[in-house]
Write a protein that binds this ligand. Structure first.
Ligand code: SF4
Length: 371
């Protein structure tokens, strides 16, 4: 199976329960309001063209978190070209969220999957305790890392079928080292993969596709990783949101469709973990609204809204994020900043929830989750 049975069954049960009994207080979309603290914010409209009224999909009114993005710190040992965190959070780069606060945020959110990211989370002093604390809450974890500290800190973790190291690799050695702006990173990440697999851990990789990315090289990378018995691959297009608005490297929607035109074949050959409907979306064969509320982000400043990419506010509580964010004002056609966004944190929840899905799509998802 693509995922452990316990994960597939647990997630399916969680989604069904929340679809049937969504928390009423999370379903109201706050009105968009001018934000004096953020004069650069582009105020969204709520229609694709003036006068046009968009009818939100029924699931848009059933909001609940699926994957929580937890950033215990923003400090990193690298300065990757496409990373927005080291730019957006420059003023708080030395701050960390205390362990107890991280765990309280996991409890407050209630999402069944926690993606620990950053910054470089393996630089968080209590990373082993954090992972153990989240596992004790019966959650699934993706620990997103550049892989440089895996060997050094491996003894702080215990293998668990709900815990994955998710190691960033944007290409083969030369390309990846250019992307992360340091020689030797690819080699250390591969050594980290080997060490983690030898110690019985589950390991997947995470690849971001930029304008310069050669998809043949991505395939070459997946082929190369086979020898290490890697448990799967995540792949998504980069998006030029405000803090890294470098149009040279980021993709438009048309660029994404072109890059991912052959992704179904690649996904079938290797264990690509993105849902087939999300891959169809990347190819331009399926349309989704943004469901960023499915992937809420917590960091040193609080709950970041509306999404992992753009920041119109930080909220003290998860409740405030859910009730004070004008969710229906975001996404393609609603906010110019969202126009070319196809990232998984905005759209994988849409695929998982079966938004705009027909019978054939649902069968495709079922076959995929059981394969
Ligand atoms: S489309 Fe959604 S995930 Fe993408 S930038 Fe806009 S709000 Fe964020």
């Amino acid at each position: 199976m693509k995922f452990p049975l316990s994960m597939t069954a647990g997630l399916a049960g969680y989604i069904i329960k929340n679809r049937l009994m969504p928390r009423p207080e999370w379903q109201k979309s706050a009105a968009a309001a001018p934000d004096a603290a953020n004069p650069f914010r582009i105020l969204p409209g709520n229609a694709a063209t003036p006068g046009e009224k968009r009818a939100p999909h029924p699931m848009i009114k059933k909001r609940f978190p699926i994957v929580m993005m937890l950033e215990p710190l923003h400090a990193c040992n690298l300065t990757c070209t496409g990373c927005g965190r080291i730019r957006e959070y420059e003023s708080t780069i030395t701050e960390r969220i205390p362990l107890e606060e991280c765990l309280a945020a996991v409890d407050e959110c209630g999402a069944p999957v926690v993606s620990i990211c950053g910054g470089e989370p393996m630089m968080y002093p209590q990373i082993g305790e954090l992972v153990a604390g989240i596992l004790a809450r019966n959650k699934h974890i993706l620990l997103c890392t550049n892989g440089m500290f895996v060997r050094k800190r491996l003894k702080e973790f215990r293998p668990d079928k709900r815990f994955y190291f998710n190691i960033h690799l944007d290409g083969m050695e030369k390309t990846h080292d250019i992307c992360v702006e340091r020689e030797g990173v690819f080699k250390e990440a591969i050594d980290g993969i080997k060490a983690a697999k030898a110690a019985g851990f589950r390991v997947c990789t995470n690849t971001t596709v930029y304008k310069e990315t050669d998809m043949n090289e991505v395939e070459e990378l997946f082929e190369y990783l086979k020898q290490f018995d890697v448990d799967g691959h995540q792949i998504a297009p980069a998006y030029g949101y405000s803090s890294v608005n470098d149009r040279e490297i980021f993709l438009t929607r048309d660029d994404v469709h072109e890059k991912f035109k052959d992704i179904t074949r690649i996904a079938a050959k290797y264990n690509v973990r993105q849902t087939p409907l999300y891959l169809d979306f990347l190819k331009g064969e399926h349309d989704f609204p943004c469901t960023a509320w499915g992937n809420p982000t917590y960091n040193v400043k609080g709950w970041k809204g509306p999404c992992y990419l753009i920041t119109d506010g930080h909220y003290k509580t998860f409740e405030e994020l859910m009730t004070r964010t004008p969710w229906e004002s975001y996404g393609k056609g609603n906010d110019p900043r969202c126009e070319h966004c196809m990232v998984h944190c905005g759209y994988e929840p849409s695929a998982a929830l079966g938004i705009n899905a027909g019978i054939a799509d649902n069968l495709k998802m079922l076959k995929w989750s059981l394969s």
